[in-house]
Design a protein around this ligand. Structure first.
Ligand code: ZN
Length: 81
């Protein structure tokens, strides 16, 4: 009789654990979503030095795109005069 009671307690505990574990919590509404994978971006090369950089970071200028303000200025002053 003692063992039956013990078995019932063990089975009850296991059932309780399964029941409590089952409902999977949905992601928290306030939680930040996982970062989106970086999209491949067009690469351009600086007209002055040839360094490759994403188009969004390139500085457009007369005669091409540049990696920095300095190179744009240098290129335009070389050409302009
Ligand atoms: Zn450059």
């Amino acid at each position: 009789m003692k063992y039956i009671l013990l078995l019932a307690v063990v089975l009850g505990t296991l059932w309780l654990m399964r029941t409590l574990r089952k409902p999977k919590l949905p992601p928290q509404p306030g939680a930040t979503p996982p970062p989106a994978p970086a999209l491949p971006e067009d690469m351009v090369s600086c007209t002055q030095c040839g360094m490759h950089l994403p188009r969004s970071e390139a500085l457009p200028g007369r005669g091409g795109v540049f990696c920095s303000e300095a190179h744009r200025g240098a290129f335009e002053s070389q050409r302009g005069n």
